[in-house]
Design a protein around this ligand. Structure first.
Ligand code: ADP
Ligand code: MG
Length: 721
């Protein structure tokens, strides 16, 4: 036990960075592993190219003939890159990325090997769905589902130790058409948002309106820990976070020292990782400006939400893989180290098109200002009306440790607009900002947002949902999560709000000019939903009180509190109205997410019991035996040793094992009335018991002789690289 830890320290001190030279210039490696439109244009006929481009850009169905042509070109390209396999990549309801590999090679009737890959293989692959959690859908449908290429997301080559594979981003659905994945709802939510936005823009007098798309720019935080340390920590390996570990004497107060020099090994990892991402056409830049030691960030440039979500999944996979090659374990968990800053994902989100541009950009004209205010108002209404949904889509066992932990956004959903914009909406609400009825030049005080200052968003880091100048930033998302759920929630709530606005606007326009009508609609919107707007300190106790007692917002601290809101009438109605998820599809998601939550906590509880019993207890007993032995020998010599340390050690050993016994018996319980009751048990019984065990374990770490301690310590994992 303890030998592993001491050897790890020894070995790591002598580790050298991998040699890596990024010799090729960016323009020569950029997207070389992606079968994008440009490569298709070079490879296929003009007619087929036109058809596939139409599919990609406006979602038109892909006909069989074109699918065959694209498949042939894709196969030739993949073979030229050395690929022997292809795989549909899909995104089940768990946060993982799933793959279904097949070889290009088939044998024909003469017994010769041929490379076969037809349009039908491209648009329909058949994974065995039975092993993917699919909630109640498992009951109602055949266990098997099928995958089909999402042509809006390009295929690419993934290089692994086994060679190159053509990867085909796909949807995953049941034979009866239910979405079994995270991609289908995202595509549907985008379509719903587009429909509703078209209505509003038409009412605003726009005549040429291209399809609207949502954009996503996710910032990803992560930790790197040397793999030798990780190998000696079953909790890090199996649960992704430390279940024991005393706070280091050298904590975050040393961060400025730390950032002076990124360890050479980390720097080399980052270069290698960026190089791989560029080949995959992912425009990412690594940063090292995070708060905690050992923590880093990577932020790809934003793009279409659907492609962005796929790339985010790929990025997480690549990050773990590359880290491993460099001798690190990459931790995406939201709270790997207690008492140390956690990791989140900021999902930057906007909606726009080629004709009106970004609709969350205030723009430079009074007209674009009005449109901006409508879309911004739609977001405010969405956050207010569907706050519990926004909380539910970021719920996970890991993220519960972070939300509301006074270093991360609170578990209460509010929206931060920045001083200037908040004032505009406040004036609309109170009627201060009214319209002159003479039909002349608009003078609404709107000029104050014509020269809108871009708020970098840094002014209020305590908000879970912030306007940052030309986009909203959803900051409460977990670092380990897929960004799809949050994007679905944002697109869908926007769709619903824009529908509402379109209805109100149409009415108002019957009697008022456009500007007056917009202000009328926004006034009503703010009266109903202005309570979600908050610019103060989101971490403060006053806000927690005010939000709940005066504003009627919900504080949902754990997943057990949040996930049931997926089944509320409000949420069901939203998804049904917009056509994004049927009630059955929604219920299946609730079941899967709840199961994931319970499972994560069960795994942790079992690990706590195991580590306490097989690692901490033996070390503590060995130390106690040393102490008592020394004490007995001393008495023989007429020396009386102070026994306070031995007594403390003994007390914590007993405390630890008492907690473990309770954990063991509680974890064995499985007869719950329903999923919600099971989640409550996880949150209210198991979690506090794990905390109780940890308190004693961490106290022992501070008492037991260093050379006996089996688990790598925080100071080692965070500072030695
Ligand atoms: P910060 O840390 O200040 O939030 P970063 O530059 O690290 O800023 O990340 C900002 C992210 O927001 C990037 O991924 C960027 O591409 C993205 N982004 C910028 N503009 C938009 C937009 N209009 N819509 C969506 N994402 C955007
Ligand atoms: Mg940010």
């Amino acid at each position: 036990g303890n030998q592993t830890r001491l050897q790890a320290i020894d070995q790591i001190t002598n580790r050298a960075p991998l040699s890596f030279n990024m010799t090729e210039p960016l323009n020569q490696i950029w997207a070389t592993d992606v079968f994008n439109l440009q490569k298709m244009e070079e490879a296929i006929s003009k007619k087929a190219y036109k058809a596939i481009k139409n599919t990609i850009q406006s979602g038109a169905a892909l006909d069989n003939a074109t699918a065959d042509i694209v498949a042939a070109a894709m196969k030739d390209w993949a073979l030229s890159k050395g690929a022997k396999f292809f795989s549909h990549v899909f995104y089940p309801m768990t946060n993982i990325t799933a793959e279904k590999h097949d070889a290009f090679i088939l044998t024909n009737s003469e017994g010769n090997a041929i490379n076969e890959f037809t349009g039908s293989l491209l648009i329909k692959g058949e994974p065995d769905g039975s092993s993917f959690p699919n909630g109640s859908l498992r009951m109602t449908n055949a266990a098997r589902g099928y995958t089909a290429w999402d042509p809006t997301s390009p295929a690419y080559i993934q290089h692994t130790a086994n060679g190159a594979t053509l990867m085909i981003p796909s949807v995953f659905m049941s034979w009866t058409g239910e979405a079994l994945d995270k991609k289908i709802p995202l595509l549907r939510s985008n379509a719903a948002m587009n429909d509703a936005a078209q209505k509003v823009l038409k009412l605003m007098g726009e005549t040429e309106i291209a399809d609207l798309n949502s954009s996503a720019g996710p910032e990803q935080e992560y930790f790197l820990v040397d793999s030798n340390f990780a190998n000696a920590r079953p909790d890090l390996l199996l649960a992704g976070r430390t279940l024991f570990g005393a706070a280091p004497a050298k904590g975050q107060q040393f961060d400025d020292h730390y950032f002076g020099a990124i360890p050479a090994r980390v720097q080399v990892f980052m270069q290698d990782f960026e190089d791989k991402l560029y080949r995959l056409g992912i425009p990412a830049k690594t940063h090292h400006n995070e708060v905690a030691p050992g923590q880093f960030e990577i932020a790809p440039y934003y793009g279409a939400a659907n492609v962005g979500a796929d790339q985010q999944q790929l990025l997480m996979t690549m990050m773990k893989q590359t880290a491993k090659e460099h001798g690190f374990l990459c931790l995406l968990h939201e709270k790997p180290f207690a008492g140390v800053n956690g990791s989140g994902k900021h999902v930057n989100w906007s909606v726009g098109n080629s004709t009106q541009g970004n609709l969350l950009d205030p723009g430079k004209t009074p007209h674009s200002n009005l449109q901006f205010l409508l879309f911004c108002g739609a977001v405010i209404r969405g956050v207010h009306k569907f706050g519990p949904l926004l909380r539910a889509v970021i719920a996970s066992a890991g993220n519960d440790h972070r939300l509301g932990a006074n270093e991360a956004p609170p578990a209460i959903l509010s929206v931060y607009l920045g001083d200037q914009l908040e004032k505009v909406f406040e004036e609309i609400k109170t009627g201060k900002l009214t319209c002159s009825t003479d039909g002349g030049e608009m003078d609404l005080g709107l000029s104050q947002i014509l020269n809108f200052d871009r708020d970098p968003g840094d002014r209020n880091r305590t908000s879970p949902f912030a306007f940052t100048g030309n986009r909203f930033e959803f900051r409460a998302v977990g670092s380990e999560q897929s960004v799809s759920g949050p994007l679905v929630a944002m697109n869908t709530m926007l769709a619903d709000s824009l529908e509402w606005i379109a209805g109100k606007l149409e009415e108002a326009l019957k009697t008022q000019d456009q500007t007056a009508a917009v202000i009328t609609v926004l006034k009503e919107l703010m009266e109903l939903h202005g309570n979600a707007v908050f610019g103060g300190d989101g971490y403060s106790a006053e806000w927690h009180k005010m939000a709940v007692e005066e504003r009627g917002l919900l504080n949902l601290p754990t997943s057990a509190d949040a996930l049931p809101h997926l089944l509320s009438e409000e949420t069901k109605g939203l998804f049904e109205r917009t056509g994004v998820l049927s009630p059955v599809e929604l219920e299946s998601r609730y079941e899967v997410y709840a199961e994931q939550y319970n499972l994560a906590i069960e795994v942790e509880a079992k690990l706590v019991s195991d580590i306490a019993t097989t690692k901490i207890y033996p070390a503590a007993i060995a130390y106690l035996s040393d102490l008592t032995h020394a004490s007995a020998t001393s008495i023989d010599l007429g020396i009386e040793l102070d026994s306070s340390v031995a007594k403390k050690v003994a007390a914590h050993i007993n405390g630890l094992m008492t907690a473990v016994a309770k954990i063991d018996s509680e974890v064995a319980k499985h007869d719950f009335a329903d999923t919600e009751a099971h989640m409550r048990h996880s949150a209210d019984v198991i979690c506090p018991l794990m905390a109780e065990a940890r308190e004693h374990g961490d106290a022992l770490e501070m008492l037991v002789a260093d050379d006996l301690w089996p688990l790598p310590k925080y100071s080692e994992m965070l500072f030695i690289k």
